[in-house]
Design a protein around this ligand. Structure first.
Ligand code: FRU
Length: 496
């Protein structure tokens, strides 16, 4: 049964979404059909394709009562839009269908597990959420919410767990058929925890354990958890609110944390060994992963930051983008990420320049554009090795976005101050990179409204949105001191 609320949203997006010309969107990054988008939801294989849902408010470019927008793809790069999947149309989700996940059931149906939000006034008159987990089941296009909803609520929390902040279930199935879900929660110390639940059918759930607790170390409430095995270790991803900065690793506000450790289900549970940021750019939040049939762990995230969502281009008809899906691995105890290999199938017109001496600003024949995949490798040379190296992209007389490497400090800085956003928000971010005798490899991916940088074969990634006019497509290189550079650049070509 399609409710009136869902029908209205479907009609709205199919009518107004068609007015947005393809060249006013990114070519290969997901955007909402119309209006507002935040977290990726339900990123999962289903019937031989990959589905992606997203937090969606079609009616404006602001956050509002959350629906789930929907798309699917065969290769993570070319996406097909599907109608809105679910809308806030039941008493238990009247204030929003918040983030969640999806899985294919043994009978071929698709199960969506999401957070239903009901808003009410508490004793002091303040507005308060009741957050509970709900299920909708469908055929990949239409979904029916279950009569048993909510399937997990206040009564299923451990002692001290808050029903106000209990959200973002990520479901998976183990080889023995048992379903598991990790869910974000706030504990009595006001910081976050990740709860682990299990189920035999995806409908009746039981608390298995508290998987990890923030203990006020990395931010407060932990949102959007994900938990999986990768290269022999266990990885717990979460997106904390209210983080305090720690060196250049974690910035203030909404951030992301990757905890790498071991998991012993019968004993101590998850024991962390290492913590790092997931992405080091300005815009990245709420990542979610899936496992492909050929065994790759692929992650996608909202390429935005809650602190900067007010700074949008005037009158934009879509707001919010996803990152390029990335293949994950763990090497030397760290999380590595690289664009999905399918992306390479869209590369055309290769331009290569090798051993180019760089000192004062240069541009090179064939190196420009706003939809491209470019790898720049820089090494020191001569008696005065370079102290800094800069790539400027999306550049014209007025605009530029700069990626700067300083081997003496071991830092990379992304600077979009002059990227064309007329708002006074955070425009720069610096992070530490490992030292390799002054050599650095930067894979830079541009797609009309964003820049993603993959450093040293995926050791780090940094994602940033830019709204520079498309005519600004020059790219230049410059070094303080002597450097030698190799550049390999491809245009990315998609039929639109
Ligand atoms: C994270 C988040 C989630 C929540 C959703 C609401 O960005 O706050 O915790 O489910 O967004 O749209």
């Amino acid at each position: 049964m399609i409710s009136e609320t869902l029908q209205k949203a479907r009609e709205f997006e199919s009518h107004y979404g068609s007015f947005i010309p393809a060249d006013q969107r990114p070519a290969f990054h997901v955007t909402p059909t119309i209006g507002w988008m935040n977290d990726p939801n339900g990123f999962s294989p289903y019937k031989g394709e990959y589905h992606l849902f997203y937090q969606y408010h079609p009616y404006s470019n602001e956050w509002g009562p959350m629906h789930w927008g929907h798309l699917k793809t065969k290769d993570f790069i070319a996406w097909e839009r599907l109608p809105v999947a679910i809308a806030p149309d039941e008493s238990y989700d009247a204030s929003g269908c918040f983030s969640g996940s999806a899985i294919e059931l043994p009978d071929g149906r698709q199960l969506l597990l999401y957070t239903g939000v009901q808003r009410h006034h508490n004793k002091e008159g303040f507005i308060q959420d009741i957050q509970a987990q709900c299920v909708a089941i469908g055929d990949g296009v239409d979904y029916e919410k279950c009569g048993e909803n909510p399937v997990l609520g206040a009564a299923d929390l451990p002692e001290g767990g808050s029903f106000i902040d209990f959200r973002d279930p990520k479901i998976w199935q183990e080889a023995d058929g048992t379903y598991y879900a990790v869910i974000g929660n706030r504990t009595e110390d006001t910081s976050g925890a990740i709860l682990l639940y299990c189920s035999t059918d995806g409908l009746k759930w039981e608390l298995a354990r508290t998987l990890d607790r923030c203990n006020n170390q990395y931010g407060k409430m932990w949102e959007c958890p994900d938990f999986f095995v990768l290269d022999g270790v266990h990885v717990l991803l979460t997106s904390p609110q209210e983080m305090s900065p720690i060196g250049l690793e974690f910035h203030a506000g909404n951030g992301t944390v990757c905890l790498i450790g071991d998991y012993d289900p019968a004993g101590k549970g998850f024991v962390r060994r290492y913590a790092q940021a997931i992405d080091y750019g300005l815009d990245f939040y709420a990542p979610q992963t899936l496992l492909t049939p050929d065994g790759r762990r692929v992650m996608i995230a909202w390429m935005q930051n809650w602190s900067t969502v007010g700074a949008k281009p005037y009158n934009c008809r879509w707001f919010g983008q996803m990152t390029l899906p990335r293949e994950l691995s763990v090497k030397n105890g760290r999380l590595y990420q690289n664009p999905v290999r399918e992306f390479e199938g869209y590369r055309e017109r290769c331009v290569i320049h090798n051993n180019i001496p760089v000192c004062s600003e240069v541009n090179l024949p064939g190196i420009q554009g706003r939809m491209l995949d470019m790898t720049v490798t820089v090494r020191p040379t001569g008696s005065e090795p370079y102290r800094w190296f800069r790539v400027r992209v999306a550049k014209d007389g007025e605009h530029e976005t700069i990626i700067r490497y300083r081997p003496d400090q071991g830092t990379i800085k992304i600077d979009r101050t002059r990227s064309g956003l007329p708002h006074d928000i955070v425009h720069t971010r610096s992070f530490l990179v490992s030292y390799r005798e002054g050599e650095i490899k930067l894979r830079i991916i541009l797609d009309r409204f964003s820049l993603e940088v993959f450093v040293n074969d995926g050791e780090q990634a940094a994602s940033t949105v830019i709204y520079t006019r498309q005519e600004a497509d020059a790219i230049t290189f410059e070094a303080g001191g002597a450097a030698l550079m190799d550049v390999e650049k491809y245009d990315i070509v998609l039929d639109q």
